[in-house]
Design a protein around this ligand. Structure first.
Ligand code: 13P
Length: 254
C-alpha cells in the first residue's frame, strides 16, 4: 500500500524567518488524521532548512523536511555546493533531484542526476527524482520517449530495494508555473507508463515506488489528479507558498 505524499517545493522563495512562520501555519491547518493519510513534505531553500528543522523538532510536528537539490560528492572543493551528508544532518528526509529548473536553467545532465540520486540514498535519504518532457517534445509526440530515457538514465545502477522507496515526480515542463496543468487523464497515463518502465527493470519494486504529478497543482485540480490509480501525490510549487492554500492541496479529499 503506497502512502500519498504531497511535497511543497518552495524554490527560491522564503527567508529562514518566513520559513518558521510558514511551517507553523501549515501545522495549525493540518491534524493527525491528515498526516495518517498523507506524508507532508516541505522543501525550503537551503538557508531555511535549519530553522524549519528546529520548528518541526521543537513542536513535534509530523511535517517532513526536503531539500531542493544537492551535490553528489560528500565533501570537497565545490564552491557553493551542499553535500547530501550536510542535509541528512539537518533531518532532511527527501531531496528533489533532476528538477526541470536544475536541468534547464543550471544545465544538469542525466549523468549528474544519476550520481545525485545514488548519493542521496548513500546518505540515508530518499530522492524525489523528477522527469518530464518539454512542450516541443510533447507536441512532437515524444513524451514517452523522453520520459523513458530520463528514467533509465536517472535510475541506472539502483537496487530493487532503493527503487522500493524511490519517489518519481512527473513534471511536464510546459505545465510548471504556467497554470497549464496536464489533464488528469494525460498525467495519469504518463504515470502509469513510468510505473511500467520501473516494473520492466525492477519488478515488484515498481508497485512500492511512489509517483507524484507536478505542474500547476492547486486546490481546485488536485482531487481529480489524485484520483488516478498511478498518481500517489503531488509536487507543488507556487501553491505551496501560502500555508492555507497548501493545506487545501494536502487535504485534497475535503
Ligand atoms: P508550480 O506548481 O508552480 O507549477 O511548480 C511545479 C514545480 O516545479 C514543483 O516542483
Amino acid at each position: 500500500m503506497r502512502k500519498d505524499l504531497i511535497a511543497g517545493n518552495w524554490k527560491m522563495n522564503a527567508t529562514h524567518l518566513d520559513a518558521i512562520q510558514m511551517v507553523q501555519k501549515l501545522s495549525y491547518r493540518l491534524n493527525d488524521s491528515d498526516f495518517d493519510r498523507v506524508e507532508v513534505v516541505v522543501c525550503p531553500p537551503y538557508t531555511a532548512l535549519r530553522s524549519a528543522q528546529t520548528v518541526i523538532e521543537t513542536d513535534h510536528l509530523r511535517i517532513k523536511l526536503g531539500a531542493q537539490n544537492c551535490h553528489y560528492a560528500d565533501s570537497g572543493a565545490f564552491t557553493g555546493a551542499i553535500s547530501p551528508g550536510m542535509l541528512a544532518k539537518l533531518s532532511v528526509r527527501y531531496v528533489i533531484v533532476g528538477h526541470s529548473e536544475r536541468r534547464h536553467v543550471f544545465g544538469e545532465t542525466d549523468a549528474d542526476i544519476n550520481r545525485k540520486v545514488k548519493a542521496v540514498y548513500e546518505a540515508g535519504m530518499i530522492p524525489i527524482f523528477a522527469v518530464g518532457e518539454l512542450e516541443a517534445e510533447r507536441d512532437a509526440g515524444r513524451t514517452e520517449e523522453r520520459v523513458r530515457s530520463q528514467f533509465a538514465a536517472g535510475t541506472s545502477g539502483l537496487t530493487q530495494e532503493q527503487v522500493n522507496s524511490l519517489v518519481v515526480a512527473y513534471e511536464p515542463v510546459w505545465a510548471i508555473g504556467t497554470g497549464n496543468t496536464a489533464t488528469p487523464d494525460d498525467a495519469g497515463a504518463v504515470c502509469t507508463f513510468i510505473r511500467e518502465l520501473a516494473a520492466d527493470s525492477y519488478g515488484d519494486a515498481a508497485d512500492h515506488m511512489r509517483i507524484l504529478y507536478g505542474g500547476s497543482v492547486n486546490p481546485g485540480n488536485v482531487a481529480a489528479i489524485m484520483a488516478k490509480a498511478d498518481i500517489d501525490g503531488a509536487l507543488v510549487g507556487g501553491a505551496s507558498l501560502d500555508p492555507d492554500t497548501f493545506a487545501s492541496v494536502v487535504r485534497y479529499w475535503v
